[in-house]
Design a binder for this molecule. Sequence first.
Ligand code: ZN
Length: 283
Amino acid sequence: MTFGATVLDVLVFGGTHGNEWTGVYAVERFAEQLRKEFPELSCEFHFSNPEAFKLNKRFKDEDLNRAFQFLAEERPRSYEHNRAREIRTLIGRRPCFVIDLHTTTANMGNTVILTNYHPLNLWVAAQLTQRLPSCRVIGSPDDQKKYLASQSEFGMMIEVGPVANGVVNGKALEGTLEVLRGIFAALSNQEKFSSGRITLFEETSDIYYPKNDQGELDGYIHPEFQSKDFIPVNGNYTPFKKFSGEEISLSTTEELYPIFINEAAYYPQQLAFSLCRKVSKNF
Ligand SMILES: [Zn+2]
């Protein structure tokens, strides 16, 4: 199988969220080293959101990793809207593989998130997990193309955690670089593409925090559930404790895998975690 043309242009974006410093330092300090390690690839490294980094905030005016769905609108006063336009133009110049670097406060380990099930993306993810068996693959199809990484049909996000926002955490930084190297190694060997099968975690639903009558947060992730990302639940499980001490249980009728448990960035939406189903995809 071929993809029309081999995709050797690789665009890596870091600091899409300004308080996720791992990606910032990965693109700002490791670009030269990675280019030397993979001279056969044409790699560009871009700092997505320098204004939000200066503020040490996720974003200045709007979430850059959601801004791409609003590109048809006029939002001249939004810094991220303008950055999304610039980034869209950069990506649209030729077929390219887009890698967007993120971190999470949740105990996710090293993961990649596919927003498009193109066979090349599935194959790259399969190659990556052969090289790094602990790296997990999440499937989150993005039909609205709201994410930066969805601006090319080829690409994926890297999501590493747990790491606090606004710090350089060596484990997260080196984990990100290892995942990047795994993706680069696969892209350097695209002529070896062959069909296969990959197991991934596909997002199925979002679970929200307990709220009181005023809509305020009325509890927290149960201590026994904290950091249990990717540990399957089936039947009854107890993800929350209310401030009153009452435990809150939920139930499922199938084996599901929680991810993004207690991600700091999701509190404004009161999103506590997401649930995934383990699925196999042929490519
Ligand atoms: Zn992020």
